[in-house]
Design a protein around this ligand. Structure first.
Ligand code: AMP
Length: 286
């Protein structure tokens, strides 16, 4: 396991170092603005979190995690400022918005586009798990995107960054017992309040892959009937739609992640070796 070092928080006034610009978005506990570093002119995203809105422990955890991670598919946090009311995270600026909005706009992605996105999520999760961190709330709303040059109508090239570590925990410290996360994405063990581990993130990758490939959720209840929804999730009751036509490898990839027992799900390493992520077709394996 690599050694993670978080950076110290600065007590100086943020506006001495950054010009705060337009609002970029709003989360449950934060508002995010564009910020320009005065000394370099480089633009960042400044995430402002009001201390009063979030438990100190949760806040400290998000900051500790975000400032210690270095991976091309994980949102980079350059600096942290604080005053008595707020915490300011200086984050790399990601212009393409949330993966969620991209999926809503696009409906579903081709297998090639989905594979490219899922590969990056798997890389990020492998890195997190190697460092003793479970994200616990992986979903398209928490994944930011950059559309890369060279994208065409047929093939959108997206670079993704996993963000929002508000629910992450260093799983070596305590069991991941808390019932958290969004209902549509939660794994069976979270619903049944059993102790769980980092394999909840592999369940989430299964859900995200399904959503990218089909444009719909594997587990869904029209009337927000959580009892029925939870029952479907607990019994892993889902089907693939007949349209779009999905390859056997894509179905197999999802079905090895949407597995009831966490210990039976693929690990990130196994995901990377799976024929679907490797883009090997059955006919190639003769
Ligand atoms: P969050 O509180 O992290 O959920 O962020 C709320 C919203 O702010 C997100 O949904 C994005 O639209 C925007 N946002 C957050 N971080 C960034 C960033 N690094 N670059 C650009 N926009 C961001």
């Amino acid at each position: 396991m690599e050694e993670l070092n978080s950076i110290p928080r600065r007590r100086e006034r943020i506006d001495e170092f950054y010009t705060i610009g337009a609002k970029l978005g709003k989360g449950s506990f934060s508002v995010v603005f564009e910020g320009t570093e005065r000394s370099t002119g480089i633009k960042y995203a400044v995430k402002v979190i009001k201390r009063s809105l979030i438990k100190q422990k949760l806040l400290d955890r998000e900051i500790e995690i975000m400032t210690s991670l270095r991976h091309p598919n994980i949102l980079f946090c350059k600096e942290v400022y604080e005053d008595d009311e707020s915490i300011f995270l200086i984050l790399e600026l990601i212009k393409g918005g949330e993966l969620y909005d991209k999926i809503v706009d696009q409906g579903e992605y081709s297998e090639e586009e989905s594979r490219r996105i899922v590969r990056q999520i798997v890389d990020a999760v492998e890195y997190l798990h190697q460092n003793g961190i479970a994200h616990r709330d992986l979903k398209p709303e928490n994944i930011l995107c950059e559309i890369l040059p060279g994208s065409t109508e047929e093939l959108q090239l997206i670079h993704i960054k996993v963000a929002d570590f508000g629910l992450s925990k260093m799983f070596s410290r305590e069991d991941l017992f808390t019932k958290c996360g969004s209902p549509i994405y939660v794994a069976p063990e979270v619903i049944s309040s059993k102790p769980y581990d980092q394999s909840v993130d592999l369940w989430s990758i299964g859900i995200i892959t399904y959503v990218l490939l089909t444009g719909c959720f594997p587990f869904y209840e029209e009337k927000k009937n959580f009892k029925i929804l939870y029952e479907k999730i607990s019994n892993v009751r889902y089907e693939f739609p007949s349209d779009p036509q999905l390859s056997t490898e894509a179905r197999d990839f999802v079905s090895r992640l949407l597995v009831r027992e966490g210990k039976d799900r693929m690990t990130p390493q196994q995901c990377k070796e799976h024929p679907w992520l490797q883009n090997r077709h059955q006919k190639d394996r003769t």
